[in-house]
Design a protein around this ligand. Structure first.
Ligand code: GRF
Length: 208
């Protein structure tokens, strides 16, 4: 099996970390071009931190609360931890803090986010409720580069799912989460190996 040169990535989480779990699983493959050098959470009680530790990864809780309103100081601590770990690319995976220009500029072109909607539709929170309310028939998820504006930035990849009659925000979220776990590793691979063949499924989704 080919052993690919693995680039060190950092993952920022705030909660359960299932997308982080998908990246951990992807990184376990010898031919995947990344390894996880650091997992940081702003929430010391995030269940994802425990999963990361159980997977043998370096972790650090950097609680935002002691920093009060000084978001940039919190971000400087995050930035220093990422750099000390030798991180080259950062993946936000359910990281629930708004970023200041300090962090977005420091990692411009090297920071990805996953968002549970087909951007530019439904940036922000409560995307599944809003999609159901709007009556869209296709919904999904997006991996994009992080820029200063929230949930904007160049789109790297998207996955669409049908909105089924009778869906609730929870059933829709679950259908999309399955796709998030496929999309994030594929999108990160594409960023790290831009010369590889783009992947796309041949079938279009048609929903009436
Ligand atoms: C995901 O839906 C992701 O798209 C959004 O936050 C959620 C995080 O879930 N940004 P998890 O912590 O990865 O399970």
């Amino acid at each position: 099996m080919t052993v690919t040169k693995k680039r060190p990535i950092g993952i920022l989480i705030s909660g359960r970390g299932s997308n982080m779990g998908a990246l951990i699983a992807a990184c376990a493959a010898a031919d995947y071009p990344a390894r996880i050098a650091m997992v940081i959470s702003n929430n010391p009680d995030a269940p994802g931190l425990e999963s990361a530790r159980a997977a043998g990864l370096a972790t650090k809780a950097i609680d935002h609360r002691p920093f009060g309103r000084d978001r940039a100081a919190h971000e400087r601590a995050i930035d220093a931890t990422l750099r000390d770990a030798g991180v080259e690319v950062v993946c936000l995976a359910g990281y629930m803090r708004l970023l200041t220009p300090f962090l977005t500029q420091a990692w411009a072109g090297r920071m990805l986010n996953i968002h549970p909607s087909l951007l530019p539709s439904f940036p922000g929170l409560h995307t599944h409720e809003r999609a159901l309310h709007a009556g869209v028939r296709l919904h999904g998820c997006t991996v994009h580069m992080v820029t200063e504006a929230m949930d904007e930035g160049p789109i790297i990849g998207q996955a669409a799912v049908p909105v089924l009659h009778g869906d609730t925000p929870d059933t829709l979220a679950a259908r999309i989460l399955t796709q998030e776990h496929l999309l994030y590793p594929a999108a990160l691979r594409r960023v790290l190996m831009p010369d590889t063949q783009p992947q796309a499924t041949a079938d279009a989704l048609l929903c009436v």
